[in-house]
Design a binder for this molecule. Structure first.
Ligand code: SF4
Length: 392
């Protein structure tokens, strides 16, 4: 790792001064108590700051402390997280809340090692909660910080390699000020988010640590961080079925017979969340018609929908969809909602190859069930159809 004649400790003071004058006002910074810091940090690992703000506010209103989170039903917690993705992180949050209630009397432990030992709290989260909420002199190194440090030092190592991350984390660790560790860590992240930008040219002219920056000295700012080749994503083809129950009287004033939904089985991707029934591969309209009819459904109409795509970290879903209105008296009974325990445990209503599903009212879906972002475009089509009677 290269260095300029200045010592790296010299960046601390100007960085903190810059942070004092430029830090964004964010809801979790107003009262950085451990629970709020923890929740915000996990949310910030999912998406952009602007997108997190409404999620965080909604969450803190519904579950203002660790006790309320520990006691909340899983379905409610999932709904609050709906759209953020990486639901295994959410499950770990819930698990950790219960452990903290039992083992630590309802307060997150003020120790890096103990934080690190809790489900879903890795080195980064233990570092952020530890330094911001408990003033522990430990680093929290996210993608922003990695970028800043590789530029400051013109480090050409592959940023995706664990050894690089370890080395850069140690670099940060050595200069964390003991009196303001949380502010220092946040300042590094803020610098990466606001000044040392990832795409295009960073704003070096306003950077408080440019005097130390090796990449700038060499005019090679955009060459860092160095990224190795990304692993190729696996593409999975799917056919998504939006089945609306018309009941005997047809669709009037909404979907009298409910929406077919199924709960994804554990373990696996998006386990425990709700989804539209779907089949592997892309199926033609005629195939879908036969599948539905042979499953015992009386088809009133069938329309092909636009393609949709959803990208996970290692898989890409390449989806086509159909919207079918089916007559179903059973559906009519469940239409005004009620996904009772009995319904949730009911066996498959229709045989293979159509997956098991339940009829669920729209209100229940909107208010209580978590539908992953992967299905959001088909959800929008369904809503439009319910309101306007057409798919486009
Ligand atoms: Fe980033 Fe430029 Fe500051 Fe270097 S001088 S840390 S490249 S913004």
């Amino acid at each position: 790792m290269k260095a300029l004649s200045s010592t790296k400790a010299e960046i601390v003071s100007p960085l903190l001064q810059w942070y004092d004058s430029n830090a964004r006002t964010l809801p979790w910074r107003e009262n950085p108590e451990p629970y709020a810091v923890w929740i915000s940090e996990i949310m910030l690992q999912q998406t952009r700051v602007e997108a997190v703000i409404p999620y965080f506010s909604r969450w803190m209103k519904a579950l203002p402390d660790l006790g309320s989170l520990a006691n909340a039903p899983e379905e409610e917690v999932m709904k609050l997280w709906e759209g953020l993705g990486y639901y295994s992180r959410l499950r770990n949050i819930h698990k950790t809340a219960k452990i903290v209630m039992e083992k630590y009397g309802g307060s997150l432990p003020a120790s890096f090692e103990e934080l690190r030992s809790l489900p879903g709290i890795g080195e980064y989260t233990a570092g952020s909660v530890g330094s911001i909420a408990f003033q522990l002199p430990v680093p929290c190194v996210d993608g922003n910080v990695l970028r800043v440090v590789t530029r400051l030092t013109a480090d050409e190592s592959d940023i995706g390699a664990a050894s690089t991350k370890k080395q850069l984390t140690e670099w940060v660790w050595e200069i964390i000020p003991k009196d303001r560790p949380g502010d220092f860590n946040q300042a590094m992240m803020e610098l990466g988010a606001m000044v040392c930008l990832p795409n295009g040219l960073p704003k070096c002219e306003i950077c408080p640590v440019s005097f130390f920056c090796e990449a700038r000295a060499q005019s090679r700012m955009t060459e860092f961080p160095v990224k190795g080749e990304k692993p190729v994503r696996r593409i999975e083809k799917k056919t998504v079925l939006i089945l609306l129950g018309s009941a005997a009287s047809g669709i009037t004033g909404g979907i009298a017979g409910g929406i077919a939904l199924r709960k994804r089985t554990e373990p696996g991707l998006l386990s425990g969340l709700w989804e539209f029934p779907n089949l592997s591969g892309h199926h033609s309209e005629e195939e879908i018609r036969q599948i539905l009819v042979s499953s015992g459904l009386k088809l009133s109409s069938l329309a092909k929908l636009k393609k949709a795509k959803h990208i996970f970290s290692h898989i890409e879903w390449d989806m086509i969809g159909y919207l079918a209105v089916v007559e179903n008296d059973t559906a009519a009974e469940a239409a005004d909602d009620t996904l009772t325990e009995a319904a949730a445990e009911a066996p498959a209503q229709y045989g293979s190859p159509l997956p098991d599903f339940h009829w669920v009212g729209l209100e229940r879906l909107d208010g209580q069930l978590a539908l992953p972002a992967a299905f959001k475009s088909y959800y929008q089509v369904m809503k439009h159809f319910i309101e306007e009677g057409v798919t486009e």
